[in-house]
Design a protein around this ligand. Structure first.
Ligand code: BGC
Length: 386
């Protein structure tokens, strides 16, 4: 099912790299389609609801989406809901009142949007679940995301390979920091990593000293850096104080939590070693930590490509088509069509899943700078491209 495309020519600008993932300039756009539009200008209007500006990646998602849709001639209404679920319901309600033609929603809490999305459905407004699966509503037409389970697998496999855990006589102590229980992705990341590490935990190569292992015990509400920091400080003082134990691995599901865990280790860890810390997203602060040797890796998800896939999907839906696997042919980036993995409680949601990649000190130039996703500042650290 997965389609591997040409990596394409290396591009030096973000916009160029987004085009590389497959905007088809000849396709119908917001201005040219026959479907009756409710926007004043006669253009189709896309309502984009993002969860928050307080976590770096959603700013990137929001700007890429807005830029892509505007470039194709759509009107765009975009909101960020400050991680407040009531606010997100209001924001989406307002977009429905403003007669958007389609909604693209990155949910704060996958379980709180059923009522407002039922309104959208009543008004024949299709809904695309963006990055996070929206649960328990039959209003969702499609899901666009990355292979979330694979993100966790990449983190787990990185630990296995880097510490050479196969056949290892040495034992390693690990602590786990997972994501927000309200985010359906969080368990996929956790399960991907834990399924990969299970055999090493079972055979004693990895020991979780705090015994905090099940998802509920290690979850981080709202993916908060401060929550992750506080919890790790408590773990360090309870189980790792005075060199009692050495912390070897901090499995963190993403960069916002890895940031808190790194800060806790810097301020409160008594040991002399540098624990291996994982992450996800390629947030600028974490990329700095990777270059400084404080965080070992991050799993990068090219959200610019996620925006391009979303654009093509929206175009197809608004043209009255029923997108399926053939849509993936339009993308120069690796993207699979999956009708099996994501069930939102009302049935399986057809999903377009992009492929995440491991980023380390050794490959960041090739994967992030040469591709035009980030630029190198004069201080040698990476900066987002505006
Ligand atoms: C996203 C991650 C992100 C996390 C916190 C998840 O739903 O898939 O990329 O790190 O939310 O923003």
């Amino acid at each position: 099912m997965r389609k591997k495309f040409l990596a394409g020519l290396l591009v030096t600008a973000m916009v160029a790299s987004m085009t590389a993932c497959g905007s088809d300039p000849t396709a119908n756009n917001g201005g040219s389609s026959d479907k009756a539009s409710s926007g004043d200008s006669g253009k189709k209007k896309v309502g984009i609801s993002m969860p928050t500006k307080s976590l770096e990646r959603w700013n990137r998602d929001g700007s890429y989406l807005e830029e892509q849709f505007k470039k194709e001639g759509y009107d765009v209404e975009i909101t960020y809901s400050d991680n407040d679920t009531d606010q997100q319901v209001n924001d989406i309600q307002n977009m429905i009142s403003d007669n958007v033609d389609i909604l693209v929603v990155g949910a704060i809490d996958g379980d709180t949007l059923s009522t407002v999305l039922a309104d959208a459905k009543d008004q024949n407004i299709p809904v695309i679940s963006y990055d996070r699966l929206i649960m328990n509503t039959d209003a969702i037409s499609y899901y666009v995301s990355f292979d979330n389970y694979k993100v966790g697998q990449l983190q787990g496999q990185y630990i296995v390979d880097t510490l050479k855990l196969d056949g290892s006589k040495k034992k390693y102590n690990m602590e786990i920091t997972a994501g927000d229980p309200a985010d359906n992705n969080a368990t996929f990341f956790y399960n991907g990593a834990m399924d990969t590490l299970k055999k090493y935990i079972d055979n004693g190569t990895i020991k979780i000293v705090s015994k905090q292992q099940d998802f509920e015990s290690v979850a981080t509400p709202q993916w908060s850096t401060d929550e992750a920091l506080n919890r790790m400080q408590n773990i360090l003082s309870s189980y790792y104080a005075d060199g009692k134990n050495q912390l070897d691995i901090a499995l963190c599901s993403n960069d916002s939590t890895a940031l808190g865990v790194t800060q806790a280790i810097e301020s409160d860890y008594a040991g002399k070693n540098t624990p291996l810390i994982t992450g996800q997203d390629g947030d600028v602060a974490n990329l700095k930590n990777i270059l400084d040797g404080k965080q070992a890796m991050t799993v990068y998800k090219a959200v610019a490509n996620e925006a391009v896939v979303t654009l093509e999907l929206v175009k197809s839906v608004l043209n009255g088509e029923t997108p399926d696997e053939s849509l993936t042919k339009k993308f120069d980036c690796e993207c699979s069509y999956d009708t099996d993995s994501y069930d939102n409680g009302t049935g399986k949601i057809p999903s377009y899943l992009l492929t995440p990649e491991v980023i380390t000190k050794d490959n960041y130039k090739e994967k992030l700078v040469d591709t035009g996703y980030y630029k190198e500042g004069s201080d040698g650290y990476l900066q987002a491209i505006e």
